[in-house]
Design a protein around this ligand. Sequence first.
Ligand code: NAD
Length: 432
Amino acid sequence: MKTSIRPFDQPLEPRAEWDTPMFNLAQNQFLHAAELMGLDENLRDRLLFPQRTMLVSFPCRRDQYSEVETVFGYRVQHILTMGPTKGGIRYHEDVNLGEVSALAMWMTWKCALMHLPFGGAKGGVRIDPSKLSRPELQRLTRRYTLEIFDMIGPDRDIPAPDMGTNAQVMAWIMDTYSLQVGHAVNEVVTGKPVVLGGAQGREEATGRGLIYLVKEAADHLQLDLKGATAVVQGFGNVGRNAAIYLAEHGTRIVAVSDVSTGIYNPRGLNMVSLVEHVEREGVLKGYSDGEEISNAELLELDCDILIPAALQNQITEDNAARIKCRILAEGANGPTSMEADAILAERGIFVLPDILGNAGGVTVSYFEWVQNTQEFAWSLEETNERLHRMLTGAFQRTLQRSQRDGIDMRTAALMEGIARVAEAKLVRGIFP
Ligand code: NAD
């Protein structure tokens, strides 16, 4: 691989390092909110870039012993002011520094909006996990953990699952970390298997939390969820659980999709047989009780509730005018561009923005960390009751700010988070 060294007389623009569409989106959302709230310029500039960034390249030995692949991994900590940092680890073939940094920044606002004692972080490895065998995935995870070992820790930075990772991956991270320090450290990750101290209900918390919020939004809009219709993009951890809990309210799930295809059935899809099919086949493709549609068509279906729960950048200026839902409930991070936001606002679509919509995951992760540090486990009922209380509280704070200041829900949620971080930064002061 060729490398080029920038001539010394050419200054490095700080943003060139992070210059990707997703980081630009996160920064521009922040700048928009900062301007409306009159945030101090010095503070604004401090919050615009991550405080710590680690980029590693490391070897991953394939099952064919002689094949060794060099892969890239990241861990980014956006703000260290609020307490330890917290954020998921993503395995995906498109992961890059800008994407991980955007996700870390959103985690900061999300934790602050939820009043959790964490700053935002995120990690990722640029690899397609579906192409790895289980032993390959385990070796990759253990080596990545060692590469970022100095950055993480139960009082420093606590990873969790995100796209392409799960409870098993968290168990391998916990094991690798524990072997290094010489004793079991369950609280170094959240979203673990329950037998290792994982919180009851963590796995489904993001989807469950999103539906708690959809219920609040529906009540606000006087929409009865019983008999309403919904469309869900993504049928992984977040999308699948959101669809299941929404169906329990009597809402008809008319379409779902994953990376393989979309499935549409205007009479409503049967969640039990759909989940059985995906557990058996791995993907939605081949499900017979509905017709196949593309992901692009799915987003534009007529429905009351649209849930993007897969990738970023799905609702843009190209399709926003054709989105027909009443509530856009964002399970994924960064699914909507700023141009699309403006179009949706003009059309009166109620948006549950990502930093609120998917905050159920990090909230139950926080519960898990609290339980681990106290060596005490809560019941599922207690977890869900506390989750409900915290999410509905954040919803009301956001709605009130949105109504008081005449701004959209995303900007209101961002302002709630930014204001709290700014206040903490000011009282801590600057060293020296
Ligand atoms: P996952 O890996 O469990 O599932 C992802 C789903 O998206 C899969 O069904 C996959 O097939 C589908 N998908 C992938 N590419 C697609 C494409 N091009 N078109 C349509 N579908 C596609 O991931 P997840 O944990 O459910 O995460 C989904 C989103 O939710 C991500 O944006 C993630 O950052 C966000 N999120 C997850 C959590 C969590 O607790 N897991 C918490 C907060 C936010």
